[in-house]
Design a protein around this ligand. Sequence first.
Ligand code: UDX
Length: 405
Amino acid sequence: HMENQIDIQMDQRKGRRLVLFPLPFQGHINPMLLLATILHSKGFSITIIHTNFNSLNPSHYPNFTFHSIPDGLLESEASSLDLVALAKLLNIKCTDPFRDCMDKLLSDASEEPISCLISDSLFYFTQAVADSLKLPRVVLRTGGLSSLVVFAAFPLLRERGYLPIQDSQLEELVVELPPLKVKDLPMINTVYPDSYYEIVACMVNESKASSGIILNSFEELELSELDTLRQEFPIPIFPIGPFHKYFLTSSSGSLLAQDQSSIAWLDKQASKSVIYASFGSLAALSEAQFLEIAWGLANSKQPFLWVVRPGLVRGSEWLESLPSGFLETLNGRAHIIKWAPQLEVLAHPAVGAFWTHNGWNSTLESICEGVPMICMPCFTDQKVNAKYVSQVWKVGLQLENGLDR
Ligand code: UDX
């Protein structure tokens, strides 16, 4: 009987198309493509709209239809703007091309009817477009529930004087949001602080105006935060993650090639002996910070697998700032790569700890594999995630008081 019901549901969905629109950054592309794969397995047809900037490779996803839109970003803007400026500019420059693309898709009678748009919470401009097309929009919030609670509290935090942050208050508890201290609030160094507040407000308000929010998290992890959000948001909230656990293997939306040599190297290491260090797709370090991390890893006496993404060290191509002979003296105890197959690495029995920037995907992936974390958040939600990892879930320790080899 159950099986019959599922068949009937699948039949009803056949001929129903969903349009998905990811924000073009790695930490947002991965969960959107996983969500697409989940929905496709439930019987929906999937169309993905993506920007030319960080554009996707359709050949990895033969079951989906892809449409690329011109985002109008100049090469110089894409490579040099700070993240806040870039996010704001994408919302402005994508509006017309996205609307044109939606118009075409909606008027194409040869395709199945579109029942819904699913777009990233940071593509807040899409709510107005969906409204004008009378199409429901569901939001994908790629971060956790806990950080969304904090973003939604920004107006209150400003009213109560926690924001903008004063250096003298960093150690103060935010009594409205325990156990967060002022220093854990999700801020970012930017030359456009007003734009940051504006983006956060638009993200929250346009999410509230949507038909529902899907999150890559789960109730058991963030129950009280889910209760809070359900009181504050007048729409259904679906914490249906972790997305990558729906399938035995998940194909990757990786923008960079994943270096498989890391797995062969891990195979040769003792159980739970390796420190895996990776700081995600966006964070950047000064050369001085990079060297403290390098010596910290060396001094740990543990084997380590370290992802040094090209561009991680400001002003360097890749590893030039390491002292000459650094790797040789470690006698094979170190393996440095440009990009890892992270899910496989975290699931590998040789990995004993993850030194991470606490991007939400990395945090969730580490929790799922039971790998304890050394938390070194850089900006925005990473700070909230790190605090929850160390103080609420108690599955990691936060590196505080500066970076010292
Ligand atoms: C960004 C923001 O910085 C973060 O605050 C927000 O929560 C999500 O977007 P990012 O730096 O991309 O995060 O990190 P993260 O969220 O951890 O996502 C990185 C993704 O890339 C993960 O899915 C991870 O598995 C993958 N990855 C990372 C690799 O495949 N290989 C690597 O070497 C490193």
